[in-house]
Design a protein around this ligand. Structure first.
Ligand SMILES: [Zn+2]
Length: 282
């Protein structure tokens, strides 16, 4: 499943392609035909990401709520030539102008939403490290009372929005936190360090489209981002090398910190990767 940085990046791409335009909105597959008709040739105001949720706002307080889920794909492409390409596969939603076309396939959610409905979805989400106004205290209020493990809590979108399996495994390894410890055992200063680290790493994910968590790679990419003067939420793009994660999908390999073997276990429905030797902190 895409993590929050992918959705923020997608929102940026949609804004570049459609802001201020009145795109043709259709459902080539037909399943979202009625919904698409309600915003067809209506001014595109802005796409916004909140964790893994995407809201496309049109004029007249109309919105489309999209959640890609496990297999959804939303591609945004410049239109080359005069003709719109034939839809490929099951395109639930298509936005098109004379310059750009965006096709959504296989989403878990694609629905029209009133402002109240948008607010209700957002109200259920925890703070998103990619949003400037996000308040880590809101997440802490849930974490420090929880019997569930910190690995589970980080994947719970009502605790923190936008974190998926890769960022969870990596951030816990970076801070040497035992993923299986209950939230209530985690120290406040540990949570603050995890949050600050997510706030640091995730904008690099937006800028590069890659989850860079290896410190050496992170420093190198941050320097490129800084040189271009980009900040969180910017849609400008920076190239990055192939990520070298510390724990994610490193099962059976030696931990880069201590040399022990990286383990894996299913937590919150997904494989957790960690080093049982050096991840002992609370
Ligand atoms: Zn280790």
């Amino acid at each position: 499943m895409p993590e929050g940085h992918t959705i923020h990046r997608l929102a940026g791409d949609l804004n570049i392609a459609f802001s201020g335009e009145e795109p043709e909105v259709t459902s080539p597959q037909g399943r979202f035909g009625e919904g698409a008709a309600t915003v067809d040739q209506t001014e595109f105001v802005a796409a916004r990401a909140w964790g893994k949720q995407l809201f496309i706002e049109f004029a007249d307080e109309k919105s489309i709520h999209v959640h890609l889920g496990l297999i959804g794909k939303f591609s945004v492409n410049p239109l080359l030539g005069d003709l719109l390409p034939e839809p490929v596969g099951q395109v639930r939603l298509r936005l098109a102008t004379s310059d750009a076309v965006a096709d959504l396939r296989g989403p878990m959610v694609c629905a029209t939403a009133t402002p109240d409905e948008v607010a209700a979805v957002i109200a259920k989400l925890g703070p998103d490290p990619l949003r400037a106004e996000a308040d880590p205290d809101v997440a802490w209020a849930k974490i420090h009372r929880a019997n569930r493990s910190i690995a589970e809590l980080l994947m719970d979108q009502s605790v923190v929005a936008g974190i998926g399996n890769v960022y969870r495994s990596e951030v816990l390894h970076r801070h040497q936190v035992n993923p299986l410890f209950a939230g209530k055992r985690i120290k406040r200063k540990t949570w603050d360090a995890i949050w600050d680290d997510l706030v640091r790493m995730m904008p690099v994910g937006v800028a590069t489209g890659r989850i860079i968590t290896n410190e050496k790679q992170l420093v190198a990419v941050e320097a490129k981002v800084a040189a271009l003067g980009l900040g969180s939420g910017d849609s400008a793009r920076v190239n990055a090398p192939r990520p070298k994660p510390y724990a994610y999908k490193q099962t059976g390999k030696a931990c880069s910190r201590c040399g022990s073997i990286i383990k894996t276990k299913v937590v919150a429905g997904r494989n957790l990767f960690w080093c049982a030797n050096c991840q002992r902190r609370t």
